[in-house]
Design a protein around this ligand. Structure first.
Ligand SMILES: [Zn+2]
Ligand SMILES: [Zn+2]
Length: 127
């Protein structure tokens, strides 16, 4: 690809705003993005700023998922222990088995969403 502004020069990058090839002379680095020097710098800065904001919002959403996972785990553990106690102490065996099963299910769901939330946060940080 040739530089859009200097047809004699090879393009080394593509402007993130107008998608034209730019040579080393015309490329300007703006917030980790490439822009045409003196032409698209402001536009690329705006696009990169918007993308960064979107990423922060996603991170916030994922962190609140983490809170749900913890509640699942706590509720699941209470049900599991309660179920075992009901069964073990012979208070209500049928109810105990039901609570135990529901508790194990909640703990598993909590662990799974905790794992998923942690992994997506790590992905986000490595960007
Ligand atoms: Zn451009
Ligand atoms: Zn050029």
């Amino acid at each position: 690809m040739r530089c859009y502004y200097h047809t004699a020069s090879d393009a080394v990058a593509v402007c993130m705003y107008c998608h034209r090839g730019v040579c080393t002379e015309c490329a300007a680095e703006v917030e980790k993005g490439i822009a045409c020097k003196d032409r698209c710098e402001d536009e690329v800065a705006a696009v990169m700023g918007y993308t960064a904001k979107l990423g922060q919002q996603l991170a916030v959403n994922r962190t609140s998922n983490l809170g749900w996972s913890v509640w699942f785990l706590i509720l699941g553990l209470i049900l599991t222990i309660g179920g075992v106690a009901l069964f073990w102490l012979d208070i209500d065996r049928g109810y105990g088995v039901g609570a135990f099963a529901a508790g194990v299910f909640l703990v598993l769901a909590g662990l799974l969403s905790l794992y998923a939330a942690r992994r997506s946060i790590r992905d986000l940080r490595s960007d």
